[in-house]
Ligand binder design. Structure first.
Ligand SMILES: *Cc1c(COP(=O)(O)O)cnc(C)c1O
Length: 421
């Protein structure tokens, strides 16, 4: 394999249009530029860019220092806050995976990435349309940072049915999507929403953490800015917090400048671990997908399960859109129990032996979480037959996980029916 710079300038720009490599090939090759894996004047190179730890960068003389300060610091050693090749390699790899992206900035968490992307596109007086099924901390950022700053957030139905009505009340600056939605997994018509936004001069951002660009290349579907909580599937091992924002040529400069102004950066060790995770994203996602699908189908047939909210199942809202736009599903979904009984749900979860109880997801290990979507709704109503459990299906054998859930449903039944008797 030739370890070439990505284009003649070696600045990582402008190659995505003629890049015919498939995503799995990109995962193996991306971000491995010779200047990051070799030593000048020496033959050969190592496979993965190493951890470059730095705050101070030393210059040869005053003229060199002045020249460095006067030129772009993008992917150049300048000062530790602007990163080192370890972070640039990861950012570059994420750009390669997102056709249409001009560049990627990294952040210390997914929430930091969401906040900075919103601050980059909005200013006081602007109005933001936020999907009602958004990740709860995204809503908190809108209410507790953007609103006091003078930005109005309007929550919209994930189907997008009411968008023209909101436009009638005044101009909209930005449309934020998350598809499928957090907790409830509604799939949005991203191409239609992006086209609507383009026609109305509205910038589009998406939280694409669930699918990753591997299963849903968001910029190819018309979105301007794509955000990942890399903490989840990019890292894949539940041991690093990291976030990313990839943007098209219209927006990348603004995203980069805002990230610099806020002093946002990631530690080289965290970037390195995320890069290591990225190499196996393809095979991990395929296993998460297959195991989660098997378990979702099994759950759907259980009499104590009212509904399974999984985009690849036909009764998930937006399933047809998922089939049209996505090339895969991943390991995270929710199921609704029959019978409104909190204690019974806790009995189900507490006794599981193969599922951890905890926030986050995307690691190799399975997790179960009680979720209450109705708390995080304002534009739409969330009604369900009973309490909800969100599962992240890890890389364990799905037969073990099904047996564990089967025993859990028996505990649910015992507490629910015992309580009623
Ligand atoms: C976890 C998550 C985030 C936030 O990521 P952190 O790295 O935990 O800050 C954002 N969006 C979605 C959909 C998530 O699940």
């Amino acid at each position: 394999m030739g370890l070439r710079p990505r284009n003649a300038q070696g600045d990582g720009r402008g190659v995505s249009e003629n890049d015919t490599r498939k995503p799995l090939t990109k995962l193996a090759q991306a971000g491995r530029r010779p200047e990051w894996t070799g030593m000048p004047g020496q033959p050969g190179g190592i496979v993965s860019p190493p951890v470059w730890r730095a705050s101070t960068i030393l210059y040869d003389d005053v003229a060199h220092l002045r020249k460095a300060a006067a030129t772009s610091t993008h992917e150049r050693l300048f000062y530790g806050r602007k990163g080192t090749p370890t972070a640039w390699s990861l950012a570059d790899a994420l750009t390669e995976l997102e056709p249409g992206a001009d560049g990627t900035m990294l952040f210390p968490s997914g929430v930091a990435a969401i906040g900075c992307a919103l601050m980059a596109v909005l200013k006081p007086g602007d109005r933001l349309l936020m999907v009602d099924s958004a990740y709860d901390p995204t809503r908190n950022f809108c209410e507790q940072v953007l609103r006091p700053w003078g930005v109005e957030t309007i929550y919209y139905d994930p189907t997008g049915a009411s968008l023209d009505g909101h436009l009638a009340d005044g101009p909209i600056r930005a449309l934020f999507l998350e598809s499928p939605g957090s907790l409830t997994f509604e799939v949005q018509d991203v191409p239609a929403l992006a086209a609507w936004a383009k026609a109305n001069g509205v910038v589009t951002l998406i939280d694409n953490t669930w699918a990753t660009p591997l299963y849903f290349p968001a910029l190819s579907h018309g979105v301007d800015i794509s955000i990942l909580a890399g903490t989840k599937y990019i890292v894949g091992h539940s041991d690093v917090m990291i976030g990313s924002v990839s943007a098209n040529a219209d927006w990348f400069g603004r995203i980069r400048q805002t990230a610099y102004l806020f002093g946002q950066m990631v530690s080289p060790d965290d970037a390195w671990l995320a890069s290591r995770g990225l190499r196996t994203l393809g095979i991990r996602l395929a296993q998460h997908r297959d195991s989660a699908l098997a378990i979702a189908h099994w759950l759907k047939d259980q009499p104590d399960v009212a509904r399974v909210l999984h985009p690849a199942l036909p009764d998930c809202p937006g399933h047809d859109l998922w089939r049209r736009d996505f090339s895969g599903s991943t390991g995270l979904f929710t199921f609704i129990l029959n019978g409104d009984d909190e204690a019974a749900r806790a009995a189900l979860i507490d006794g599981l032996s193969h599922f951890g109880i905890g926030y986050s997801w995307g690691g190799f290990e399975s997790l179960a979480l009680p979720v209450d979507p109705a708390r995080y709704r304002s534009a739409t109503r969330w009604d369900a037959e009973g309490p909800a459990v969100r599962l992240h299906i890890g890389l364990e054998d799905p037969a073990d996980l099904i047996a564990d859930l089967d025993a859990g449903l028996a505990r649910f039944r015992a507490v629910r029916d015992g309580g009623r008797a």
